[in-house]
Design a binder for this molecule. Structure first.
Ligand code: CO8
Length: 259
């Protein structure tokens, strides 16, 4: 098991929990933290014992953004040549297994963007989402202008990105940014429960379901529907499709073998 200094990792059954752990800086997402996060995500994605991954912070902050103090003196050539953001920040988007963000407290800037890269966001009633980069003389840089707009629509996204206004958990649920709001003390347990539920299902079906939903962001309706149909048809090649349908017909619980 790798040694990490800025994240904590644990397994709860078939669910891996990654906790961002820089509380003194409200989990500001510095390079080292993002390297560690990428490493942990890749490790769990490759581990056949893991069905889903929960990403969380602490009760005060999921993450208050990229590390402003680390970023402030960087030059354009340096950030460009380092492909600042791309290399370290997109690890979540390459994970094949479901990644569930359990957000309590601040999810700001890069923190909000990181949550939006996850497949499902569960919000604690204390969660606050925002893209305050405009206050720093910059704009979101890890997908905020794109994913927020797709999630909540132009009117609210534009208001948030142009003014830095934060959205509380209730508004985030109304705006469909988050799947559900739960009491803060339960948000990680609820996310793990969700991961466990997914873990009882057919892993190939889950992975392709995730891929198909994500395809909706990248393509036309006609192409997306065609992709979905081909994926649906392909699942008839799995033993899990035979088992799932037989179990329904026989009125028993399915025993999926991920094959
Ligand atoms: N970066 C660095 N340090 C931070 C950050 C941050 N984003 N957020 C908080 N901290 C530090 C504070 O400096 C403070 O440290 P210290 O005790 O040494 O002074 C400590 O965390 C506690 O913070 P506060 O004292 O400010 O706590 P408050 O409860 O008073 O305020 C807030 C909480 C409102 C969340 C406040 O901390 C805040 O406004 N933080 C900055 C939020 C922000 O602007 N985020 C956007 C950052 S830019 C960004 O994310 C760009 C993403 C682009 C893609 C990623 C590229 C790498």
């Amino acid at each position: 098991m790798a040694e990490y200094s800025m994240i904590l990792t644990e397994r709860q059954g078939r669910v891996a929990v990654i906790r961002l752990n820089r509380p003194q800086a409200l989990n500001a997402l510095c390079d080292q933290l993002m390297e560690e996060l990428g490493q942990a995500l890749r490790g769990y994605d490759a581990d056949p014992e893991v069905a889903a991954i929960v990403l969380t912070g602490n009760e005060k902050a999921f993450a208050a953004g990229a590390d402003i103090k680390e970023m402030q003196s960087r030059s354009y050539p340096a950030v460009y040549l380092d492909d600042f953001i791309g290399k370290r920040w997109e690890a979540v988007t390459f994970v094949q297994k479901p990644v569930i963000a359990a957000v309590a407290g601040y999810a700001l800037g890069g923190g909000c963007e990181l949550a939006m890269m996850c497949d499902i966001i569960l919000a604690a009633d204390t969660a606050k989402f925002g893209q305050p980069e405009i206050n720093l003389g910059v704009i979101p840089g890890a997908g905020g202008t794109q994913r927020l707009t797709r999630a909540i629509g132009k009117a609210k996204a534009m208001e948030m990105v142009l003014t830095g206004r934060m959205m509380d958990a209730a508004e985030a649920e109304r705006a469909s940014l988050v799947a559900r709001v739960v009491p803060a003390a339960e948000v990680v347990a609820e996310a793990v429960k969700l991961g466990e539920k997914i873990g009882t299902l057919s892993a190939p079906a889950v992975a392709i379901a995730k891929e198909a939903v994500n395809r909706a962001y990248e393509t036309t309706l006609a192409e997306g529907v065609k992709f979905e149909r081909r994926a649906f048809q392909a699942l008839f090649a799995t033993a899990d499709q035979k088992e799932g349908m037989a179990a329904f017909a026989e009125k028993r619980k399915a025993r999926f073998t991920n094959s």
